[in-house]
Design a protein around this ligand. Structure first.
Ligand code: GLA
Length: 389
């Protein structure tokens, strides 16, 4: 029997109604769930349990966040990963709408970044090399000759500290991680926090912050594979809109050439809603491209909207980031059996990763990604879920 299964019922801790202690700006004072119920207020909760133990003996915790509408998000400390996301369809039937594994084991052995936080630098850095303030840095090369998603042991493969909070209109978990100077080749000790908040407007908000003691590139993102059929079919029928009229074309190694190219009149154009599958065959290798968002910077701007026509499940993504990576699950090849034993074939999930552009450290013309001592890296993305009748 798997160790994860053995321990999964241990250590259950109800933090619903417990004091939100310190360290989170928006944290509210203790809520009394019983009093809330008496007033007819919606009930939200956070439950902490164990998700298993890593081969080195480190315990991995799971936080189950539930909002007043029954939307549930499960987050684990390994990779600050969204393990499951239960959303209603137009008949009110809930289904898990992100790909992943039933136990920790799968995530540790072979995960294509299912649901994780990606860093220190999301997406690719050409040849694992960049120059900063006159010095050249060499990073781990884990994707052919390139560096991908933070390297051999990126933020998706480390155990984060976690602290749950109960807030005015939602429940949240704050994940913290210290990425040491030299980790995967990056300069500087980088202190990172990522807060996931699930609120009663059915939004999953992700707020990222980081500080460093040496200049370093930083580009954090979230890597869920969404499938609003509840993971039952591929995602080709989902209709997608991207608020972007340009994208960054790539070379054979998926490194941007530096050009910002118009999408007009091409299969890359999602400025009006289109089924993901309708023109996919015309895109070599499938979609795996960074789109240049038409609006970026504060306040949050709409970046993407997706609707799954049969279930009616829909998602809007808002961000302050300048780009979004649209990945149509091209490398899923049927070798992974995920939750419920479901085999994940090609295009079984799609990712929409809000980000700065890939390989920015080698493209002075792209928006900058260098964080310097004394500055605060701060970014945010909102996933708003709804149902189309
Ligand atoms: C991102 C990349 C893809 C791939 C996936 C993970 O979306 O752009 O090329 O690496 O992550 O498999």
């Amino acid at each position: 029997m798997k160790r994860a299964a053995l321990v999964s019922i241990l250590g259950i801790l109800m933090v619903s109604g417990l004091a939100a202690t310190s360290g989170c700006k928006k944290a509210e004072s203790p809520a009394d769930p019983a009093a809330g119920a008496a007033k007819g207020a919606p009930s939200m909760d956070i439950v902490k349990s164990s998700f298993g133990i890593l081969p080195d003996g480190t315990a991995v915790d799971l936080y189950t966040l539930k909002n007043a509408n029954g939307v549930t998000a499960k987050l684990m400390t390994y990779g600050a990963t969204l393990v499951s996301l239960e959303l209603p369809d137009r008949d009110g039937a809930f289904a898990d709408c992100v790909l992943g594994y039933p136990t920790l084991d799968g995530y540790v052995k072979n995960s294509p970044y299912f649901g994780s936080i990606v860093g220190r630098y999301g997406n690719r850095i050409a040849k694992g090399r960049f120059a900063l303030d006159g010095k050249t840095y060499t990073l781990a090369r884990n994707n052919g000759e390139n560096h991908l998603h933070g390297g051999l042991k990126g933020f998706d493969k480390v155990v984060w500290e976690a602290q749950p909070f109960r807030e005015t209109d939602g429940v949240s978990v704050k994940f913290s991680y210290l990425s040491k100077d030299g980790e995967e080749g990056y300069p500087g000790n980088l202190k990172v926090t990522v807060v996931y908040l699930l609120n009663n407007a059915d939004e999953l908000r992700i707020n990222y912050e980081a500080v460093t003691d040496k200049p370093t590139p930083v580009n954090l993102t979230h890597h869920s594979y969404f499938n609003f059929t509840g993971g039952r079919r591929d995602i080709l029928g989902h209709r997608l809109m991207l608020a972007a009229d340009r994208y960054t074309p790539v070379d054979a190694g998926l490194i941007p050439t530096g050009e910002l190219r118009a999408v007009t009149g091409t299969p890359m154009d999602f400025t009006k809603p289109e089924a993901i599958g309708s023109r996919l065959a015309q895109v070599k290798g499938g979609y795996d491209h960074n789109y240049v968002l038409s609006k970026s910077g504060a306040p949050l701007a709409l970046a993407a909207r997706v609707v799954e026509p049969e279930s009616g499940r829909a998602m809007e993504i808002f961000t302050v980031e300048p780009g979004i990576q649209f990945y149509s699950g091209n490398f899923l090849d049927g070798t992974i059996a995920g939750k419920g034993g479901q085999v994940y074939g090609k295009h079984w999930g799609f990712c929409l990763e809000t980000q700065h552009f890939p390989d920015s450290p080698n493209h002075p013309g792209f928006p900058g990604t260098v964080l310097r001592p004394g500055e605060i890296y701060s970014t945010r993305t909102v996933h708003k879920f709804s149902v189309e009748k």
